[in-house]
Design a protein around this ligand. Structure first.
Ligand SMILES: NC(=O)c1ccc[n+]([C@@H]2O[C@H](COP(=O)([O-])OP(=O)(O)OC[C@H]3O[C@@H](n4cnc5c(N)ncnc54)[C@H](OP(=O)(O)O)[C@@H]3O)[C@@H](O)[C@H]2O)c1
Length: 211
């Protein structure tokens, strides 16, 4: 797939690395062109692009900015009509120990409202950057899950295929409204990792007893 990653921070650079490793055609853009360029230079064939037009030709856009910058970042890229945007954001408080919104809406729904031309799919928000960078295989037969929520079946199928190409298991988490559950789940993951001291090599999953 052709994938544009917006943001060259912890998650953005880990996405670039894993998408490149999986053979996707990857572009990266960010607020700081130098940082995006520095990430791109680590991977042969990865292109750093200016924001405007960075999504042109992409099958999928990965939104890897903070929630507060998400809408302005998408607007600066433009060209999102009918395009799948993976929203990985968590609307965190400044101390990372709470969420700034929830229950009656979610970051994903607010982004979808603000950028209605895009197909917004919530995914990867419960995967720590360290886990993304190191890979989905947790040993002993354990594979990290990506929870996928969205209102567009074809868009969700595309995100599922992308996640699987990176080695993740996937869980269909229903409509975009269920981002209201996935964002607090990421909050619990952050608490367990950093508040309770389990560290960043953890990930939530869902067990399904096999007959
Ligand atoms: N870190 C994790 O483990 C983790 C796990 C799951 C989900 N998430 C979510 O993933 C998102 C990114 O997290 P992160 O840890 O990667 O943060 P980060 O390291 O701070 O990176 C954020 C990136 O967004 C870029 N950015 C900000 N405004 C932008 C704009 N208008 N246009 C383009 N790029 C812009 C920043 O660029 P500059 O460097 O130029 O400021 C930076 O490269 C957050 O929403 C977070 O909640 C994080």
């Amino acid at each position: 797939m052709k994938v544009t990653v917006i943001g060259s921070g912890n998650m953005g650079s880990a996405f670039v690395s894993q998408l490149h490793r999986a053979g996707h055609q990857v572009s990266v853009t960010g607020r700081d062109a130098g940082k995006a360029q520095a990430v791109a230079e680590r991977f042969p064939g990865v292109q750093a692009l200016p924001a405007a037009g960075a999504a042109a030709g992409a099958d999928v856009v990965v939104l890897a900015t903070g929630y507060a910058e998400a809408v302005s970042a998408l607007q600066s890229v433009g060209g999102l009509v009918g395009k799948v945007v993976i929203d990985i954001t968590n609307p965190l408080t400044a101390d990372y120990m709470g969420l700034t919104l929830g229950h009656t809406t979610s970051a994903a729904e607010e982004i979808a409202k603000a950028v209605p031309e895009a197909i917004v799919i919530k995914a990867f928000n419960t995967v720590f950057a360290q886990v993304l960078a190191e890979g989905a295989d947790f040993g002993a037969g354990q594979t990290v899950s990506v929870f996928i929520a969205g209102d567009h079946p074809e868009g969700k199928a595309q995100v599922k295929a992308l996640a699987e190409s990176l080695g993740f298991a996937t869980v269909d988490a229903g409509g975009l409204k269920n981002a209201r559950y996935l964002e607090p789940l990421a909050g619990l993951n952050i608490y367990l990792g950093y508040g309770a001291g389990l560290g960043a090599s953890i990930a939530p999953t869902w067990l399904h007893k096999q007959a």
